[in-house]
Design a protein around this ligand. Structure first.
Ligand SMILES: CC(C)(COP(=O)(O)OP(=O)(O)OC[C@H]1O[C@@H](n2cnc3c(N)ncnc32)[C@H](O)[C@@H]1OP(=O)(O)O)[C@@H](O)C(=O)NCCC(=O)NCCS
Length: 238
């Protein structure tokens, strides 16, 4: 876990919030129905970032390059600047410091976009793996699935997971002076319903079911059923 610039921030994945960030709300919102009483413990609404960079975008870009390397144990990366305009804080083009970086990122974008347009799962597997994603051979990626082509190495899809038609997975986000990138992990046997959206840094637990059109911004516990926007746990898989 890494941090650059001042002030020092806690970098652990504990329940404490980083300075300048709102405290992490303790729990996932849950449907006010009788069904919720037997649900598994709720996942944290959000977790503090593992890597925090402040101020200078140069060192932040280097830290981001380390973060996106496959095998990095950290899950969430955040960069904060003093400038509130997101376009001025964008680290998406952190690879563009060299000609080789520009060529690599451009080819990656072209190849991934071509693969996402294919009706079959295999071209998506091959292209995503080529750029560092971990996609189990038995996972299935339906037609029209689109994975954030800027940070494909942040995606893990485990055995037997199914991504339905038109699923979108974001692996980075902007919010004013904050830029964030995060690993998305789809655990074994999970189902992501058609047209669902998964935000960066989210983990979908083993055999969990995400409903058609859900917008998932928080972790979904194993064997839970999550529906709606924002997605809420409404039950669990028998
Ligand atoms: C999530 C899902 C698996 C739940 O199915 P289920 O276990 O049969 O559960 P139910 O249909 O009883 O729904 C449970 C609750 O979630 C709600 N719900 C289900 N799907 C929903 C959705 N997409 N959006 C909002 N609420 C939804 C239901 O209204 C129900 O609420 P209630 O208990 O207040 O009536 C199913 O709705 C789903 O979305 N499957 C994915 C299908 C898909 O993507 N197919 C294409 C694959 S390529």
């Amino acid at each position: 876990m890494t941090e650059t610039s001042v002030p020092p921030a806690p970098l652990s994945a504990s329940a404490e919030a980083a300075p300048g960030l709102p405290p992490p709300p303790s729990e996932v919102a849950e449907e006010p129905s009788g069904r919720s009483s037997s649900l598994p413990p709720r996942a944290p609404r959000r977790r503090p970032p593992d890597v925090v960079c402040r101020g200078d975008p140069g060192p932040a870009g280097l830290a981001l390059a380390r973060f996106v390397r496959p095998g990095c144990p950290d899950r969430l990366f955040e960069y904060h600047s003093d400038i509130p305009e997101p376009a001025d804080n964008c680290l998406c083009f952190f690879e563009y410091g060299t000609a080789a970086g520009i060529v690599y990122a451009s080819l990656r974008y072209a190849l991934l976009s071509a693969a996402f347009a294919q009706p079959f799962s295999t071209p998506k597997h091959l292209a995503l793996r080529l750029f560092g994603a971990s996609i189990h051979p038995t996972a299935y990626l339906s037609p029209d699935v689109v994975i954030d082509p800027l940070f494909p190495s942040l995606l893990t899809v485990e055995a037997g997971a199914l991504l339905g038609f038109g699923v979108r997975i974001a692996l980075h986000e902007h919010g004013g002076a904050r830029f964030r990138a995060g690993r998305v992990i789809i655990r074994r046997g999970a189902t992501i319903g058609a047209e669902a959206r998964i935000g960066c840094g989210v983990e979908i637990g083993e055999f969990a079911q995400v409903a058609v059109g859900a917008v998932v911004l928080r972790d979904v516990p194993a064997r839970s059923i999550a529906v709606g926007n924002p997605a809420r746990v409404v039950g669990h898989v028998a």
